[in-house]
Design a protein around this ligand. Structure first.
Ligand code: UD1
Length: 431
């Protein structure tokens, strides 16, 4: 058994950012966290080893590997950092609270464990900094497929007599990991499962493509109706994880907010249309190829842009905080409306401490662009909020200390190295 630990990662780490440098250069975008996590969970279903490449080195990935290893999965890493996963040695079907509390996406093991082994005990994820985030839709769908599920002492205890059954699931709202859990539960189920109002996110498509590579029969991923014809077993195989559109978007904003220019490689503009359109409206000059994006702000101050978040292909909630950071230093007034999560404005008060002019009105953040932000000690509260504070710090006068950056390590690979590579003055201090 091999357990990975990210070196240098510490709960007390802080980032010190001295703002005012115009960012310029080239960045390689890492593999997508939100594709890597369900695909790692889906390896539970494979009857032979799976080799995954373009796997991002993130704390959430390490946590998922830790979870799989505790179940008995064997993970090895080759010299090119490809990850080989052998799930044939699973001996327990348990996701403990101590891991689930650090990463809600641990719920993604529920569907595949039930689909393959007919049983699972998974800690119920608690609340979250951005909202209550229940998992009722996952549970109801799995029950409809024949699972017996009871919740006691904070755990979801699930089992099924024989195989799960293919059924029709109508999600009342779009849920990304809910759709993924049902897909993973359905690939080895008896008969056909049809998901209506499925999530269209590219990461859902990546999961389906991976599962089809190892022998599943899934059609319609990327549309709102997905059909999964159950098969008796899956093989193994090799798969390359999709590039991360949120990491890519965050670096585009980093360049835009400083008036700079950037080229992203291993980036897929075709899955980033909503974000690229808004950055163009903010006055960024953007040129794209199939797998690269160039943004040039030509030293100009951006224009503030109105945004409403919604499921894909709408503007992603995971880019909302970063665009607010851009708006607060841009020319003009703008409204950002958060429609996906009920409490995703925790970064606002921290930005206000840096001199931003933002008012919250229900699910809207209304900003009036200021000429200058000022460095201050600020605290990260969730993954994308932390990224937005780092972005604000890049343009602030003086030094900003961003605390609790373990949140950022969950989802951004070597953020301080990548930003330094673009000319930012940023350093990690170990607490
Ligand atoms: C995923 C992403 C996250 C992103 C979010 C929305 C992963 C690992 N995480 O999270 O980065 O911000 O999609 O794009 O892919 N809901 C319920 N009941 C449920 C499930 C969801 O009420 O059983 C609600 C949520 O509270 C939220 C909305 O549905 O208001 C959408 O959430 P969902 O798409 O499920 O988010 P996640 O899959 O958790």
């Amino acid at each position: 058994m091999l357990l990975l630990r990210l070196s240098g990662m510490n709960e007390m780490d802080k980032l010190l950012v001295s703002g005012g440098k115009r960012l310029e250069g080239e960045i390689y975008v890492s593999g997508a966290k939100n594709a890597a996590l369900p695909i790692l969970a889906a390896t539970i279903l494979a009857d032979h080893p799976v080799i995954l490449s373009n796997m991002p080195h993130l704390h959430d990935v390490t946590t998922t590997m830790d979870l799989l290893c505790r179940m008995g999965v064997i993970i090895t890493i080759d010299e090119d950092m490809n990850i080989e996963i052998d799930s044939t040695s699973i001996t327990n079907y348990y996701a403990p609270y101590e891991l689930v509390k650090t990463m809600r996406a641990s719920i993604l093991v529920l569907g595949p464990l039930l689909g393959k082994y007919g049983k699972a005990t998974v800690s119920l994820p608690g609340g979250c900094a951005i909202g209550t985030r229940p998992v009722d839709l996952h549970i109801n769908a799995l029950k409809k497929m024949g699972a017996k599920i009871d919740i006691s002492k904070g755990y979801i205890n699930a089992d099924v007599n024989g195989r799960l059954q293919g059924v029709t699931i109508d999600f009342p709202i779009v849920t990304v990991t809910g759709t993924e859990n049902v897909i993973m539960a359905a690939v080895l189920a008896e008969g056909k499962t049809i998901i209506h109002n499925a999530a269209l996110e590219p990461e859902v498509v990546d999961l389906a493509n991976f599962l089809n590579t190892i022998g599943a029969n899934i059609v319609g991923a990327g549309t709102n109706t997905i059909e999964i014809e159950g098969v008796n077993s899956l093989t193994g195989g090799e798969y390359k994880i999709l590039p991360d559109r949120v990491e890519a978007g965050t670096y585009l904003v980093a360049a835009a907010i400083t008036g700079g220019s950037i080229k992203l490689t291993n980036a897929l503009p075709r899955i980033m249309t909503a974000v690229l359109d808004k950055l163009r409206l903010a006055n960024a000059d953007i040129v794209c190829g199939d797998d690269w994006i160039e943004l040039n702000m030509h030293g100009n101050r951006p224009k503030a842009v109105n945004i409403e978040t919604s499921p894909y292909p709408g503007f992603p909630t995971d880019m909302q905080a970063q665009l607010l950071a851009l708006n607060v230093v841009s020319e003009g007034r703008a409204i950002i409306q958060e429609n996906v999560f009920e409490n995703r404005f925790m970064h606002v008060q921290e930005m206000v401490r840096m001199g931003a002019d933002i008012k919250i009105n229900g699910n809207q953040a209304i900003s009036n662009g200021v000429e200058q932000l000022y460095g201050a000690p600020v605290m990260a509260t969730d993954l994308r909020a932390s990224a937005s504070l780092i972005l604000a710090a890049l343009i602030a006068k003086g030094t900003t200390q961003v605390d609790r950056i373990y949140h950022v390590d969950r989802g951004y690979e070597r953020i301080e190295e990548k930003l330094s590579q673009l000319g930012a003055e940023i350093k990690r201090v170990h607490g």
